[in-house]
Design a protein. Structure first.
Length: 431
């Protein structure tokens, strides 16, 4: 457990760095361009690239010692963020803020690459839990991972808004570069006792082992359904990715939005602590689906009126449930999948689930900007929506949240009736 805690601290440093810069980038772009389309496309690109490369990352995790994976991830991210810093200092600011200029997308792409590769650490961390933690305590360990993620989320949410509002993008990049270097130096002194690589004969020298990933999933009855169940959060997450910041920045200044989002992120820590303390029950899959239903209802109702306190409470409750939902999936996979294949299964899971968010982000961003928001802002549209959603500047976004939240709750409820739910529950009980 001592080694696990050291890895957890290093992950906290790395996640804070990447999230800090990514939040700040989204804030900066929206405040300078006022484009919902730009923030939606950028958020969707991030999730799409995570989906594309997660299977590659999973194969790398299975094929190398875990410490080597952490070192490579930190090194790549440091180089990418440093390159972005050089671009910011040498290129005209106007070119970096014009969505029609190729330099805008090049600048975004460099930061994006560093953030995407950092996700390799999350796959490695999930397998490290299996390596270092007794199976009866893995749900609790996954809860600690959620707690650490929540702490990082709070810090980055608050300081990203403050950094952009008070310091600007240049100093924000400098801070991210320094913190990434700290994470890289720290990981060299962290010990991960791993005698050797748990080789899988089917892995051979494949760089992308999609066949092996699918085979490992098919062996366990109902495991593929777990990935589908887990996408419920990602589907609504794609909508939030595209519209959450525009909605929040409509109600608050960038400094206050960052602080409010950070305070709401305390829910993430609370959720992680609850899982670490009490676990996930006898059937983590059942816990996941119940939380998905509640999450959908919250997503439908927390913008029903343009009340800051309701919005903050909704975000807080949403954050409370995320660690348990993520820990439920991880705990099931860690128990039913052999360790030598877990990297590929976690990678495939991350790819499959991440693909849901960019789909909804890419779809909803242009629809919201060109159809729903203009309709809600029109005199006739505002009058029609007022009885249901009240009045305000962001009623179009609230309408999107309402519809998608209801869809998510219904889908999660119907999942209880599937054969896959009963099969996977039985597989987990027997493992």
């Amino acid at each position: 457990m001592k080694h696990f805690y050291q890895v957890l601290v290093n992950t906290l440093i790395a996640n804070i760095t990447t999230s800090f810069l990514w939040f700040a980038l989204i804030f900066w772009i929206y405040l300078e361009t006022k484009s919902v389309l730009a923030t939606g496309v950028i958020g969707g690109m991030y999730m799409l690239l995570v989906a594309i490369f997660s299977i590659v990352f999973g194969t790398i995790v299975d094929h190398h010692k875990k410490k080597s994976v952490f070192v490579f991830s930190s090194t790549f991210t440091l180089v990418a963020f440093a390159a972005a810093g050089i671009m910011y200092m040498t290129l005209p600011t106007e070119s970096l803020l014009s969505i029609t200029n190729p330099l805008f997308w090049l600048f975004i792409g460099v930061i994006l690459a560093g953030a995407v590769v950092e996700n390799m650490r999350n796959i490695a961390l999930s397998t490290t839990v299996t390596l270092l933690v007794d199976k009866d305590r893995r749900a609790n360990a996954n809860g600690l991972v959620g707690t650490v993620t929540g702490i990082g989320f709070i810090i980055t949410s608050v300081f990203s808004g403050l950094a952009i509002g008070l310091l600007g993008m240049g100093w924000t990049l400098a801070i991210a570069i320094v913190l990434t270097a700290v994470a890289l130096v720290h990981i060299y002194f962290v010990q991960i006792p791993e005698e050797g690589i748990a080789h899988d004969p089917e892995l051979a020298n494949k760089k992308v082992d999609i066949k092996g990933s699918i085979a490992a999933i098919k062996v366990v009855p109902g495991l593929f359904a777990l990935l589908i169940f887990s996408t419920f959060n990602n589907l609504i997450g794609g909508v939030y990715m595209a519209l959450m910041d525009p909605y929040g920045l409509t109600l608050f200044s960038v400094e206050m939005w960052g602080i409010l989002f950070g305070v709401a992120g305390i829910g993430f820590v609370v959720g992680g602590i609850l899982v670490a303390k009490f676990g996930l029950g006898k059937n983590p899959l059942r816990t996941l689906l119940r939380l998905a239903i509640i999450m959908g209802l919250i997503g439908a109702l927390y913008t029903i009126r343009e009340w800051p306190w309701l919005f903050a409470l909704g975000i807080w409750l949403y954050m409370v449930m995320i660690p348990a939902m993520e820990a439920a999936e991880q705990t099931v996979i860690q128990k039913v999948v052999p360790y030598k294949r877990q990297g590929r299964v976690f990678g495939f899971a991350q790819a499959f689930e991440s693909a849901a968010a960019p789909v909804t982000a890419f779809l909803i961003a242009p629809i919201a900007e060109f159809l729903i928001i203009p309709y809600a802002n029109s005199e006739a549209g505002a009058a029609q929506l007022a009885p249901l959603l009240g009045t305000g500047e962001a009623r179009g976004i609230a309408l999107v949240f309402l519809v998608t939240g209801i869809i998510m709750a219904i889908a999660a409820a119907l999942a209880f009736l599937t054969k896959s739910y009963y099969r996977l529950s039985a597989s987990y009980a027997k493992s």
